[in-house]
Structures are given as C-alpha cells and as structure tokens.
Design a protein around this ligand. Structure first.
Ligand SMILES: Cc1cc2nc3c(=O)[nH]c(=O)nc-3n(C[C@H](O)[C@H](O)[C@H](O)COP(=O)(O)O)c2cc1C
Length: 422
C-alpha cells in the first residue's frame, strides 16, 4: 500500500515537472508582435548594418532641393539666383529658410526689400536653374538673358518666374548670421501652382512636375514612385499590407520592367489625351527592322468605341471598365516585302511592350489583349475602327488607373538560361 502511494507520488511529481518544462519552453504558433515579418523584411531590404567611412564635416543631406530665389534690387530690377541650402523651417506660420552669401546680389536685394520668392524648377528648367546659379545679378539682368517672365508678386515686393511650376511668396521675418552664409527666414504669404499639376483637391502632382534634385556632381530628375506615406510602414505589420508595394529599385527603367503586370481592374479615374499621346510616343520609340516603322496606332477613349471593341473581343471584356485603349496595328503598306514581311509583328510587339512599360512608369495599368493572328478578330476590330484592309490589328492594349488588385509576378527561372552553349 505504502509502495503504491510512493509510486503515485513519483508519477505525479514527474507529470508536474513535464508540465512546468513544457509551459516554460512553449512557443506560440503565431509570433508575438511582428517578429517573423520584420526579420524577413530586414534581411531582404537592409541586409544588416554596413561598414561606413568618415568623409568629414560634409553636408550630405540627400535629396537636396535646387530652388531659384527671386528678389528686386532697389531700382526695381528683378533678379534670380539658385539656392540649394534651403528648406522648410516651420509649420505655423509656414516658413522657409534660405542661406545666401553676402557677395550675392540677392543678398543686398532681400536685405532692402524684406521679401523674396522661392521658385521650384521642373527638370526641363534645369539649364535655367544652373545658369542663374553661375552668373550674378551684379553683372547682368538674368531674366532678360534667359527670356524668362518676371511677374511681380501679388503679396510681397519680389518677382516670381512665370514659367516655373511652383512659386512661393515670402516676407522676410529673420536674418541669422551663420558664418559664410546668412539664413533668411521668410514667412510664406502665398503659394501658386501651375494648374496643370493640381487636382481638384489642390494636391500637387509632384511626379509630373519632376523637380530638380541637386546631387553634387549631377542634378537628378525625379519621377519614380517608391512608396506611399502612411502606407509603406505596413510592411512591418503582420496584419497589414501596403496598398502600394514599396519599390526599392534604384534604376527606374528596371523598376518599370519588374513592376509591370497585366492590369484588368481599373478605378473611375480617366486616362487623359496627353497620357495617351505620351504612350503612343513611347511605342514609336521602339526599334524596327530596317527602320521601316510599319505601324499605326489607334488611341481610343470614347465609351461607345471601347464597348464596341469589348463586344467583338472575347478576352477583352475589361474594356468595359477601362477609360482608354491603344490598338497597335501593322500597316502592310509600310511593311517589308517578301520573306521579311512578318517582321512587322516583331516591330509592333516591341512598340507594344514599350507602351506597357511606359504605362507602368506613369502609374497607369495596362493589359495586352491579342488580335492577330486570329483572322476573325482582325476583321472585327478593323470593322469597329473603320480601318482599311492594309491595316492588321496586332492587339488592343487596354489602359486605366489600377485598383491595385494585380501584383507583379517573379518569373525569374534560372533553368531557362544557358550560358555560352545549350
Ligand atoms: C546648384 C546650385 C546651388 C547653389 N546654392 C546656393 C546657396 O544655397 N546659397 C548661396 O549663397 N549660393 C548658392 N549658389 C550660388 C549662387 O546661386 C550664385 O552665386 C549666383 O550667381 C548668385 O546670384 P546673384 O549674385 O544674382 O544673387 C548655388 C549655385 C548652384 C548652381
């Protein structure tokens, strides 16, 4: 009896030991917090801490803006100079600080007029911006030399550049002597943006403006969406995914190539005529055999036309939701003769791929829907477009603003590659 009780006690003690051990070493099925996702992302995106080398006391803040400062001299002559040592320094009141050397004409002007403008250049204004950063208003009237329009500020005694997309009128509130430069702090009185770059909610299309970034040895354009504020952080949250997958490609062409996907779901936002023109232009930049350019493009954005195309194309029903399409056609009157004639298909395919990549790079979504070589479809599409017999539609590229449903696929497969020989 006693032996039995001892045995029972031993068994109970063993059970308790096993339970305590299990509880102390138990790992939850799902990790607490975001550990798994975070670790995977860090190894993927950061690859750990890197070795760094000191380069001394340098101003390596990137990106740096390249802005143009407008001011009037005491005799009323308008002047402009480039400044990279500039930025927003306060929110309420909205204030901008810009550091200028006392040797600059702009320095004298701002001290006297107590006002200046900030003019944000587009990449296409880069040469103007560089010029006004090399030549002094002490020596010439830069507005006249460059044939730029000096517009008197509506609110402050300073001129702005009519041709630049964003202009900001500032009233001088403070001057800080920092050494080589004086920092002029200006309270923003008014900001004007070229209407082409504003949407109905006054949001600025920064990508379309393509502002200049000063990078030391080079000026850089900008024009690649990499992530959305308030969205990218979701990568580190287990229960969230960003609407816009952060694009970490440094090369914008590769970014468009790898991020392209066939987009079949679109928002209500309309594709504009300017965008369609740009896409067709990108198509025509493709190479063609013997430079024959044996193509014709039909840009379509009328609802009735898109619906008619959807009606004859069994695999292009998404045309009913899309706001535009481009029909890429071979023009047999321009194609090579004889054996080389089918080269038109390769030429038009290269143009089509350019259009797809350009659409991706412009924030649009597109899908290639096939027509040639299915003869019945060729005849039907020709009929809808009212095109002559010599025109052979290769495809209909359906275009719209993506809803974000479709994601790019990783199609890399090393087994398809043969080095040097099969
Ligand atoms: C990209 C770039 C950035 C510049 N940034 C500044 C700056 O932040 N502050 C400054 O005093 N000069 C800067 N400069 C130099 C002036 O723009 C230059 O001295 C100009 O000729 C002065 O013009 P002004 O004498 O008509 O005022 C910059 C020049 C370039 C090209």
């Amino acid at each position: 009896m006693k032996n039995k009780a001892t045995l029972l006690n031993i068994v109970l003690a063993l059970v308790v030991v096993v339970l305590v051990y299990q509880l102390s070493t138990h790992k939850p099925d799902k990790p607490v917090g975001n550990t798994v996702k975070t670790e995977a992302l860090i190894s993927q995106l950061e690859q750990g801490s890197t070795t760094k080398r000191s380069v001394g006391a340098k101003g390596h803040i990137h990106p740096k803006p390249a802005l143009v400062i407008g001011s009037y001299s005491e005799d009323g002559t308008p002047n402009i100079m480039t400044a990279a040592w500039a930025g927003i320094v306060n929110s309420r009141p909205m204030s901008i600080g810009v550091s200028i050397r006392p040797a600059c004409k702009t320095y004298d002007n701002i001290m006297a007029a107590k006002a200046f403008t900030i003019n944000v250049p587009s990449a296409r204004h880069v040469a103007y911006m560089d010029y006004v950063g090399r030549i002094s208003g002490h020596d010439e009237n830069k507005f006249e030399s460059l044939n730029l329009t000096a517009v008197k500020g509506d609110f402050v005694n300073a001129p702005y550049i009519g041709e630049f997309p964003i202009v900001i009128e500032c009233e001088l509130t403070e001057v800080v002597d920092l050494g080589s430069h004086r920092q002029f702090i200006g309270k923003v009185i008014d900001t004007k943006v070229d209407e082409r770059y504003l949407d109905a909610d006054n949001q600025v299309d920064v990508e379309a403006i393509n502002p200049v970034i000063y990078g030391g040895d080079y000026y850089y354009g900008f024009g690649q969406r990499i992530a959305k504020p308030g969205d990218a952080y979701k990568l580190f949250k287990d229960d969230m995914e960003p609407d816009f997958q952060p694009n970490t490609y440094a090369n914008s062409t590769l970014a468009s190539i790898y991020n392209r996907k066939s987009v079949r779901h679109y928002t209500d936002k309309k594709v504009t005529k300017e965008q369609l023109t740009e896409l067709v232009k990108a198509g025509m930049a493709a190479p063609t055999a013997v430079d024959k350019r044996p193509w014709a493009f039909v840009a379509v954005s009328e609802r009735s036309m898109l619906d008619s195309l959807a009606g004859v194309l069994p695999y292009a029903k998404m045309l009913k939701q899309a706001s535009a399409a481009i029909v890429v056609c071979g023009d047999m009157n321009k194609a090579l003769e004889g054996q080389g004639q089918p080269y038109w298909i390769q030429d038009c395919s290269a143009a089509s791929q350019n259009i797809l990549l350009a659409a991706e790079s412009m924030g649009l979504g597109a899908v290639w829907t096939g027509v040639h070589p299915i003869q019945e479809r060729e005849v039907d599409v020709r009929k809808v477009l009212n095109a002559p017999e010599s025109i052979v539609p290769l495809n209909v590229i359906v275009i719209g603003y993506p809803t974000g449903q479709e994601k790019p696929k990783d199609k890399w497969d090393e087994s398809n590659v043969h080095w040097e020989k099969w």
